[in-house]
Design a protein around this ligand. Structure first.
Ligand SMILES: C[S@@+](CC[C@H](N)C(=O)[O-])C[C@H]1O[C@@H](n2cnc3c(N)ncnc32)[C@H](O)[C@@H]1O
Length: 264
């Protein structure tokens, strides 16, 4: 597969075919983290970039209305088929194909009944997929617009301090899943000036080799502090991993827990 130098967005059409397998091979430990923010009072959740439903389908043992937004029809198709296989669910998932930078749920539901959300989340670095700093700011503004006064807005980012550019592929994981043998290789590039991280992934499934590419615009912690302040969000916690350890410069993740500032 040849990647165009100008490619500025991850091709989720390609990723949709392999996303769940890759997350099975390299599992993340964020599911209990998101569950921990769901209290009996949590009724409305908005997920920006729902993907294949990885988080929602694991958390929907509770009776909540979960709205999942994604701009990739292919990811939404996989999500829809995953929802069918997981029935019955206690909660309800509504899928909306839209851009997280432009979403207006009132418009989508064709109603003026603007239900705000207890939780607005962007799991698995979905915000970094929104593009430039300006676009990520827009995506956060839209999230805040859909957030209840006392609700929480949560997003995770890569810690750019941990990026390790590598020109050559190296093996990340080798596993047997459902009697098939899988191995993942990766290499990455970082442009610190443009603040772009590119990841090249090679998945070998028996004799088949699949190449996938992803691109993310990264932010530093001080950028996020400035942006959230500008748009009226107050950061109430910054965690460095999904076990809620406090962030420091060597943390694996940067996870922001925000709420609306009082006068917004
Ligand atoms: C890394 S995946 C995360 C999926 C899911 N949240 C999870 O944790 O597994 C990012 C998702 O965001 C979606 N996405 C990227 N840019 C978007 C945008 N501007 N608006 C809505 N969804 C977007 C992609 O299609 C993809 O499904």
């Amino acid at each position: 597969m040849i990647y165009k130098m100008s490619q500025t967005k991850t091709n989720y059409k390609e990723w949709s075919k392999w996303y769940d397998i890759i997350y099975n091979l390299i599992p993340t430990n964020d599911l209990d983290f998101y569950k921990s923010f769901m209290t009996p009072k949590t009724k409305q959740i908005l997920e920006m970039g729902i993907g294949t439903g990885r988080v929602s389908l694991s958390c929907l043992q509770n009776k909540v209305n979960w709205i999942g937004v994604d701009d990739s029809q292919d990811m939404l198709n996989v999500c829809e088929s995953n929802i069918k296989t997981k029935q019955p669910l206690k909660g309800i998932i509504t899928l909306i194909k839209d851009d997280m930078k432009k979403l207006d749920i009132r418009e989508k539901n064709n109603t003026m009944n603007n239900k705000l959300h207890d939780l607005v989340i962007y799991p698995s670095y979905s915000l970094m997929n929104a593009g430039t700093e300006n676009n990520q700011t827009k995506a956060l503004c839209i999230g805040s617009k859909h957030l209840k006064k006392d609700g929480l807005l949560i997003f995770d980012l890569h810690n750019p301090n941990l990026y390790k550019p590598a020109e050559k592929y190296s093996s990340v994981v080798k596993k047997i899943l459902n009697k098939q043998s899988y191995e993942i290789f990766s290499k990455s590039e970082v442009d610190y000036k443009k603040r772009i991280h590119k990841n090249y992934l090679k998945l070998k499934v028996n004799d088949l080799s699949v190449e996938l590419f992803s691109i993310e615009n990264f932010l530093y912690i001080e950028d996020v502090i400035r942006i959230t302040d500008e748009i009226g969000l107050e950061i109430i916690d910054i965690f460095g991993d999904y076990h809620k350890s406090q962030y420091d410069e060597n943390s694996n993740e940067i996870i922001f827990i925000c709420k609306k500032r009082k006068f917004y």
